[in-house]
Design a protein around this ligand. Structure first.
Ligand code: C2O
Ligand code: CU
Length: 652
């Protein structure tokens, strides 16, 4: 069974285990309070229920043992805490309660029979609590909180089941519970203070991220200026309306009135200069906008997704700049050193802004002439529930888009997933190759025929083929999205999904690492925005309390990413591509990716070479998950940032 299945099964089982023990205890208590003969039947039912509870408990142990095979990260809190709390009383129940219930005549032994059953029920409930409050690593606070409640419940129960009961006992019991709860909240609630990045706060020694800028254009007429091509663009954030061919529509935020924003197409070596202007509506009047005051409307930035620009050009509010408020502007500059397919999007309130349309495509053509004569860039995006496709920056369509290409033409389709969910792509009617992944060429890309592809949110695949005489069909999800040279439609690709980590020829990979770090992804109760909430967590913590990994320039870092939750997480470290070393222990070919999809139960190992100093965002590109806590920083020793989350800066 896959790890993901075991995780899901475990979640069903811990509810079942709790229900079984609670039912058993309830039935037994009823039976024990009835007169000997009348209660006999009830006590036998309780015995049967107890046997069932023991069986599901054993099943849970077996599932945990299976999960342990995938790694200690998946089971630590279960083995050390959740299981002992239910298994020990379950064993006592089997030895003490079950035989007495079976004899059927047990009377006068309420305490001895019912206590282990009730404690098993508490233990099982504590197991559910563990799943909600504790991730990996197991924290002393979380464990103490669970234990305190469990112990208090058990102690009170022991008293209440005793022979001499008086109203005083009730008060004592209530008092104990309140005390335990207070204790649990105090220990478990050693909530972090919300220090954002103490390791690299402004004011410390070092270089400010603000100084790590892209190059300014060489002075006109200078020797370097003669060779340098500067490409200037203006992107104006403004409202727009998206009309879908099916009849649907959406109020959107756009760059230059179009969604997606303009395709920025430059050549390798160009100096790119982009002026961002914010003309989104002002909240609360024009003077507020003039004062550049935070919260005077929707702020905007531009992040160059997958383009490893100098840190100051990365477009993250609160990290590399302040959000650009309505009426303000900002200039980005970087040299287009790497050819390939990229995209850009606002990073202010990105979980709202990107789905609403503040994104566009960036294509860097290689300096050497490309072999393909047909080159088209496709953006996948959902407006509400409508999946759409935009070809070459044209208005998005939720119906089948048609394209005509000359048969025999060497063709490149650059597919960009600008959505927050992964998509399964199918290309049929022609064998094809994945020529590039996340902008980088794939060495030794083999030909695929009928195979389907899984593209992470934020990720890009360049698909190349020679246009056949017949039609070619691209499907996204189950939807026929693009038909080239119809009207006949080839059957959709239905082959297996390519394991992208094993695609292409093996690259030379680092085998020595200066640092190792593990990111365990989960969904648990954590403090985010000052309050405990169900959050998407990394190592049990949520933004802004996830500690910042700090690297030194030149270091090679091995990052292990473990997903112990039930959601897929497209992890996206800014400023760097990582090389995929392995997935679930299976060696990878070493493709460079900037957004990699870690599915439930998966363990990825990637290598990051620290060659781009800065303070970088690192987050899940399911932007709702980022907003629910799954974002943190990656910082370089000696680099500080003067920006923070005050003044309305809000990356997720
Ligand atoms: Cu495309 Cu931090 O994001
Ligand atoms: Cu996620």
């Amino acid at each position: 069974m896959t790890t993901a299945r075991l995780i899901a099964l475990d979640q069903i089982l811990f509810v079942l285990v709790a229900a079984a023990w609670a039912a058993t205890a309830g039935i037994a208590l009823t039976g024990l309070r009835q007169p000997a003969a009348a209660g006999r039947r009830t006590r036998l039912i309780a015995a049967a229920s107890c046997a069932a509870a023991i069986v599901v408990t054993a099943l849970r142990v077996a599932v945990t043992a299976g999960l342990a095979g995938a790694g200690w990260w998946f089971v630590a809190e279960k083995v050390t805490l959740a299981l002992p709390l239910v298994v020990v009383p379950a064993l006592v129940s089997a030895a003490v309660s079950l035989p007495r219930l079976l004899r059927g005549t047990a009377t006068g032994s309420t305490r001895i029979v019912a206590f282990p059953l009730l404690v098993a029920a508490y233990g099982a409930v504590a197991g559910i609590a563990c799943a909600v409050v504790i991730s990996y690593p197991v924290t002393a606070g979380g464990a103490a909180a669970v234990l305190a409640l469990f112990a208090a419940g058990s102690a009170v129960t022991w008293r209440l089941l005793g022979p001499a009961r008086s109203p005083r006992h009730g008060w004592q019991a209530a008092g104990t519970c309140v005390l335990a709860l207070a204790l649990a909240l105090t220990i478990g609630g050693g909530w972090p203070s919300g220090h954002l990045h103490p390791e690299h706060d402004a004011g410390g020694p070092g270089v400010s991220v603000d100084l790590l800028r892209g190059p300014a254009p060489a002075a006109a007429g200078g020797p370097a200026g003669a060779r340098e091509r500067v490409r200037r663009f203006t992107l104006t954030a403004q409202p727009a309306t998206v009309r879908l061919p099916s009849g649907g529509g959406a109020e959107a935020w756009s760059f230059n009135g179009q969604v997606p924003g303009p395709v920025l197409r430059v050549r390798q070596g160009d100096l790119v200069e982009v002026v961002l202007r914010n003309r989104l509506p002002v909240r609360g009047g024009a003077e507020q906008a003039d004062s550049g005051q935070a919260d005077s409307g929707q702020g905007v930035t531009i992040h160059w997704h997958g383009y490893d620009v100098p840190a100051a050009e990365d477009g993250v509010p609160g990290v590399t700049q302040n959000a650009v408020w309505p009426g303000q502007s900002h200039v980005y500059r970087f040299r287009a050193e790497d050819a390939g397919t990229y995209w850009y999007h606002s990073h202010q309130n990105s979980s709202v802004a990107v789905p609403r349309g503040l994104f566009g495509l960036l294509v860097v053509d290689p300096a050497a002439p490309a072999p393909e004569s047909e080159d088209h860039v496709l953006a996948l995006h959902a407006f509400g529930s409508r999946a759409t496709l935009s070809v070459d920056g044209a208005a998005p369509s939720d119906l089948l888009t048609r394209l005509t290409l000359p048969p025999g033409a060497r063709t490149r389709l650059r597919v960009v997933n600008t959505d927050t969910r992964p998509v399964v792509l199918g290309l049929s009617g022609v064998p094809y190759r994945i020529a590039a992944v996340d902008g980088g060429d794939v060495p030794g890309a083999t030909e695929l025929d009928g195979a389907r592809l899984h593209l992470a949110a934020g990720g890009r695949y360049d698909l190349t083929f020679t246009m056949p005489s017949g039609p070619v069909l691209l499907t996204t999800g189950d939807r026929p999205a693009l038909l080239v040279n119809g009207p006949a439609t080839p059957p959709p690709a239905a082959g297996p999904i390519v394991d992208i980590t094993r695609y292409g020829s093996p690259a030379a990979l680092p085998d020595r690492f200066d640092r190792e770090t593990t990111w365990v992804l989960d969904k648990t109760l954590a403090v985010s925005g000052g309050l405990p909430r169900l959050a998407q967590t990394v190592n049990g913590k949520a933004w802004p309390n996830i500690p910042t990994p700090v690297v030194r320039r030149g270091q090679t870092v091995r990052i292990r990413v473990v997903n112990r939750g039930t959601d897929t997480h497209p992890m996206h470290p800014h400023g760097h591509h990582v090389r995929i070393l392995s997935r679930n222990g299976v060696p990878a070919t070493g493709l460079a990716m900037d957004t990699f999809d870690v599915a439930p139960g998966e363990v990825w190992e990637v290598a990051l070479v620290a060659d781009n100093p800065g303070v970088w965002m690192s987050h899940c590109h399911d932007l709702a998950h980022a907003a629910q806590g799954m974002e943190f920083h990656l910082a370089y020793e000696g680099v500080t940032t003067p920006y923070d989350m005050t003044g309305g800066n809000h990356p997720a």
